[in-house]
Design a protein around this ligand. Structure first.
Ligand SMILES: C[S@@+](CC[C@H](N)C(=O)[O-])C[C@H]1O[C@@H](n2cnc3c(N)ncnc32)[C@H](O)[C@@H]1O
Length: 471
């Protein structure tokens, strides 16, 4: 069969055309999408580590579903799959455990009236500017009582006082917006000025893709030294690289709202509103055999990207406290704790990978066993909710633990096969190192040989056979 990508794109899968054959074809095609923009529609509303390019879910949605079909992403992240389902008129369902991911995905798939956004935005900005100019003492007092001690300490460590005052003035106005959809839109714009690769308006660096660390020298907007007085003038290159000049949250917010408002017009109203749930992909609140297509990407093994570590920077402003966020973090797939874990039996190849790592480092072996146990439960649920004759695409990065490749794509394929899936192909894509926010370990070793392998990711094609095909 020699069908080109374009030939396939607009043809809905017919009864005669096997989903399995389409899967084979698509996974052999170019999956890099390096020359294609990924910031159209609402995709660019908020930074998110390890999000996949929108063309990836789009390709499979178009070829494997028709309008009205149900597409699921049980680890929705920033909602890339859901946005593409929305734009192509498919129903969609999304789950995630992360409160910020849920808010990002909701806002990105909710069409709003740009005139109302402009109206609220004017009001928020005018009132916040006025407050900052005239009510400094009152704002400082509210800052002192807004959070419990832990959360207050966290905010005090990572945000300069002048930044805190402006953020508070903004969030107080946002909280007054009576329509929850618009309130969520503005809350997300506030979050987007904090969580950026550069650490946004906070005193942190590397907020969106690796472990945040605080600037050594912080310079205020009027040129005054806010932090690191004793280091000023240091010739050390490290110190120079760790110097940050504060930006005004009020100005950044205004810019961000304007940008997001322009993009929201591409969300045509009247399409299927996605069904978005806070939930665990290991126990999905969904009916058996109810889903036409799944496109998802789980976290890396061994907590390579710690979502909560960055997300708490804005979640504390959106009303959460540090203790609650810490508790929630334990439920993330790929975590490093190995107490109270339900370990699953693993098939031979996967068990051998885990065992080999365990010989080198017993603790890491358990962490990897935890990951493959969690992914066994996710794949079991994916199998349960998928209709027979349909497909799930699972995008995984490659993890290296103690210098060993964890063989994620082969292990997950093996686990899927044991659960009843057919795995006709595993696609490969090369990551664009300039565009994708990668885990710290990947950034650090960018030029080593092992890193060259890590700059790829795999798209595992799982096909759920009809009962008749299984025999
Ligand atoms: C690699 S990201 C997904 C990125 C997404 N494909 C995108 O384009 O934005 C993985 C997501 O899995 C979520 N996650 C982690 N543990 C989970 C669990 N137990 N149930 C559901 N989602 C979970 C994380 O919060 C994160 O949003």
């Amino acid at each position: 069969m020699n069908l080109s990508h374009t030939a396939f794109q607009n043809i809905p899968p017919s009864q005669n055309e096997s989903v399995r054959a389409i899967l084979l074809q698509l996974l052999a095609e170019d999956l890099d999408f390096h020359d294609q923009a990924s910031d159209y529609a609402s995709h660019d509303f908020h930074a998110f580590p390890a999000k996949f390019p929108p063309q990836l879910p789009l390709k499979f949605i178009k070829a494997l579903t028709v309008p009205g079909d149900v597409v699921l992403d049980p680890m929705l992240g920033s909602g890339t799959t859901l946005v593409e389902a929305y734009l192509t008129d498919r129903r969609s369902i999304g789950l995630d455990i992360d409160p910020l991911a849920l808010q990002i995905a909701c806002v990105k798939t909710t069409p709003l009236d740009p005139e109302r956004i402009a109206y609220f935005s004017n009001h928020i900005l005018i009132s916040a500017v006025r407050k900052v100019a005239s009510d400094q003492a009152e704002l400082a007092e509210v800052l002192a009582r807004r959070w419990d001690d832990n959360t207050r300490d966290f905010v005090g460590y990572w945000f300069a006082l002048e930044t805190q005052v402006e953020l508070l003035a903004l969030i107080q106005e946002i909280e007054q917006v009576d329509d929850p959809l618009y309130r969520a839109f503005f809350g997300l714009a506030l979050s987007a000025i904090i969580i950026t690769k550069s650490g946004g308006v906070s005193m942190a660096f590397d907020l969106a893709h690796t472990r945040p660390h605080r600037a050594k020298i912080v310079i205020g907007r009027n040129g005054e030294i806010v932090l690191g007085d004793s280091l000023v003038g240091s010739p050390s290159r490290r110190i120079q690289l760790l110097t940050k000049t504060l930006r005004s949250p009020l100005k950044e917010f205004e810019r961000r709202v304007q940008r997001n408002c322009e993009s929201i017009e591409s969300l045509i109203p009247g399409r299927f509103a996605p069904d978005i749930h806070a939930g665990d992909a290991q126990t999905m609140p969904l009916e058996d055999e109810s889903i036409d297509l799944i496109v998802t990407s789980p976290p890396y093994a061994s907590n390579a990207i710690d979502y909560m570590r960055a997300h708490k920077f804005s979640l504390v402003w959106l009303g959460r406290d540090i203790a609650e966020l810490g508790d929630r973090r334990r439920g993330y797939i790929g975590g490093e704790s190995t107490t109270d874990v339900r370990f699953e039996p693993l098939p031979p190849r996967t068990a051998a990978v885990v065992e080999a790592l365990g010989h080198l480092d017993p603790k890491k072996g358990l962490v990897l066993h935890r990951y493959y146990s969690e992914m066994t439960r996710v794949l079991r649920e994916i199998f349960r909710v998928l209709k027979p004759g349909k497909a799930a695409l699972v995008v995984v990065g490659n993890s290296v633990m103690r210098g060993r490749d964890t063989e994620t794509q082969q292990c997950l394929a093996e686990i899927g096969q044991v659960l009843g899936f057919d795995v006709p192909a595993i696609g490969l894509r090369h990551l664009d190192r300039d565009r994708r926010m990668l885990p710290a370990a990947q950034v650090a070793a960018m030029d080593s040989q092992i890193e060259q392998r890590m700059l790829v990711e795999y798209i595992i094609g799982f096909y759920k056979p009809h009962p008749a095909e299984r025999s």
